[in-house]
Design a protein. Structure first.
Length: 207
């Protein structure tokens, strides 16, 4: 099983890694370099995401890719959410804190907002469509790892805040943030992790 390639930082070459190795060795990388990531590589990651399984071929996802000053859109989302929680704070102190909130958008050279976007297919089930969008994120993370990139899937209450959804231009009642994926070349060693024995997590029903 192959992701067709050799791991490389050269945007002119495709990345390859055995898919089982990619699954086992991928880690969340929260600290990355400021070096830019070539657009062709990012497009390849998005292409990988688009091949996630989904019912009725509804493809219930879209992606907002933020680089350079494009990340300011996300920064304002962070600031708007924070400001709503600090209504009594003085202007000088508030602005200092808001600048720190805006800076969160610049923790990596690329930030991708993965969006669940409701399909028009009447057969579509919300839970299944959301799961498909999350599967697309996993595809993207594995493809990033195969390219030698580091990435982290950030989530939390912020994703469900209407102020953040508004900052990203989401359609109310039709779209949700599934993940904020921070992406770049790693600036840390991958953390060591363990998994419970699969025997503890499995039940076999056999005839």
């Amino acid at each position: 099983m192959s992701m067709e390639s050799q791991v490389t930082n050269n945007p002119g070459q495709r990345a390859t890694m055995d898919v089982l190795d990619a699954i086992r060795t991928r880690r969340s990388i929260g600290r990355v370099k400021s070096d830019p990531v070539d657009r062709a590589i990012i497009e390849e990651l998005l292409e990988a995401a688009s091949w996630a399984p989904n019912h009725f071929n509804s493809q219930p996802w879209r992606f907002i890719v933020m680089t350079g000053e494009g990340r300011s859109v996300l920064g304002e989302g962070y600031a708007n959410v924070a400001k709503a929680g600090w209504p009594e704070m003085g202007s000088e102190e508030l602005e200092e804190k808001l600048q720190k909130e805006r800076a969160k958008a610049y923790r990596s050279p690329v930030v991708i907002a993965a969006i669940y976007s409701k399909s028009d297919d009447a057969r579509a089930v919300y839970a299944e469509e959301l799961a498909a969008s999350q599967a697309a994120v996993q595809n993207l993370l594995l493809a990033a790892h195969a390219h030698g990139l580091g990435a982290i899937w950030r989530s939390g209450e912020l994703m469900f805040n209407p102020l953040m959804r508004s900052a990203l231009g989401l359609t109310e009642g039709q779209e949700e943030i599934v993940a904020l994926i921070y992406l770049g070349y790693p600036d840390m060693a991958p953390p060591t992790q363990k998994r419970a024995s699969i025997e503890e997590k499995s039940v076999w029903l056999e005839g």
